[in-house]
Design a protein around this ligand. Sequence first.
Ligand code: CP
Length: 313
Amino acid sequence: MSEWSRKHLLGLSEMSKEEIEAILDSAKAFKEISKRQVKKVPALRGKTVVNLFFEASTRTKTSFELAAKRLSADVVNFSSKGSSLEKGETILDTLRNLEAYSVDIFVIRHNHSKAPFYLSTRTQASVINAGDGLNEHPTQALLDMFTVRERLGKLKGLKVAIVGDILHSRVARSNIWGFSKFSSQVWVCAPPTLIPKYYSCLPVKITYSLKEALSGADVVIMLRVQKERQSQMFFPSQREYSEFFSLNEENAKLLKEHSLVMHPGPVNWDVEIASCLKEKVQNLILEQVNNGLAVRMAVLYLLSIGKKYEVGS
Ligand code: CP
């Protein structure tokens, strides 16, 4: 892929394999830069990035801020708390007012699915989806794919098991689109109440058995139980959920030697993963966080400059 023509990054469902590869290749080059003593390049000097977060975030927000700074862009962090949204200003008016400062890129997280898409149709700036409701979290899936490609050397022909609160997970949806474009087989595993009916139309295998999901898996992505989005009881108790769907010392024996255990964070230890496995799995989870910075630098760069980043460019 020689030219990058996409203005916004809204989801992996609409992206080609070549576009995803361009992001992962550029991220590899940016990861090298982050190992240098001077971790900054002038690539986005003069550009303005606004992080527009209407929902809580630690990893995504800080890594987009750091990514913009490492690229020498000006960056502003906007949180809905303490803003004029509390006085009744709409999100569209908020966006338009901030755009008056000649913003180049808005990074948007919102609890409504498709909110970044809606705002992208009403601004001259580029929009990056930093997680929208139950829809997509494209940069999380990209950093997951980057981590897998770096660790296993490929994205093709893998068994990728996604376990947990599938119903409320935008991370699951983005990873399904991403990995399936590279001919990997994605499995989802959860109690039946946490797998939506429409999943039978997606390119996934569905199982309610953790044993079946873990057996022979190259990659296991454990998902957080999103209590804040659950309006009703989807399983009898947390204890019962953990008994059947938590990764523990016993069922981890089903994994292969090279299997990767990942989690987008934040982790509820002893709900999704037994805390006795913390020592074993935490390094890779933090590696995911670290890779998120390089991937977000790559996305900001490609949307701004329109070509793949290579060291020295
Ligand atoms: N994985 C993820 O999106 O984490 P944050 O909610 O902390 O950004």
